[in-house]
Design a protein around this ligand. Structure first.
Ligand code: TYD
Length: 143
């Protein structure tokens, strides 16, 4: 995953600091305004992804900035900036993907041991969501 080139707008790869040569387990670190490009106001994680048909996301944000990590297992992240689309296999806990503004995203094909961690630069606000693809495209054109 670290070698992929991000083709969509408002995204990118975020590299964590990590120590993976300890016999007692790996340590992974992110620091706000250092490798995490904002101040973190909210953290959420998604687990219990045993349903093979799980399909999450299906929205974009107007203002919110997020970094998404797969801290265990794997899943497929689909990104769409309204012009370019990209499919990313998330299977490396040391690299996150920036979900910047106005990036439609969906998540699928979760391994049953998958755990997703998201860091966000603001509190939860339903008014920041664009929850239909049609609204997303209209919002992009309005700008
Ligand atoms: P949603 O962001 O749509 O989940 P996903 O993108 O992972 O599929 O959120 C699902 C529900 O959880 C929705 O009703 C809003 C609620 N929610 C909060 O209350 N706070 C939060 O921080 C998040 C991310 C979601």
């Amino acid at each position: 995953m670290k070698t992929i080139k991000i083709k969509v707008k408002n995204s990118g790869i975020v590299k964590m600091q990590f120590f993976d040569d300890f016999p007692d387990g790996n340590l992974v670190i992110g620091e706000a305004r250092k490798n995490i490009p904002f101040d973190i106001r909210r953290v959420y994680y998604i687990n219990n992804l045993f349903n093979k048909k799980s399909n999450r996301g299906h929205h974009a944000h107007k203002k919110l900035e997020q970094i998404i990590f797969c801290v265990n297992g794997s899943f497929v992240l689909n990104l769409d900036d309204g012009e370019n689309k990209q499919k990313i296999i998330m299977d490396n806990p040391y690299y996150g993907v920036r979900l910047g503004q106005l990036l439609w995203h969906t998540m699928e094909k979760f391994s049953s041991d998958c755990v997703i961690l998201v860091l966000a630069n603001d509190y939860y606000k339903e008014s920041d969501y664009l929850r239909s693809y049609d609204k997303f495209i209209k919002y992009l054109k309005r700008k």
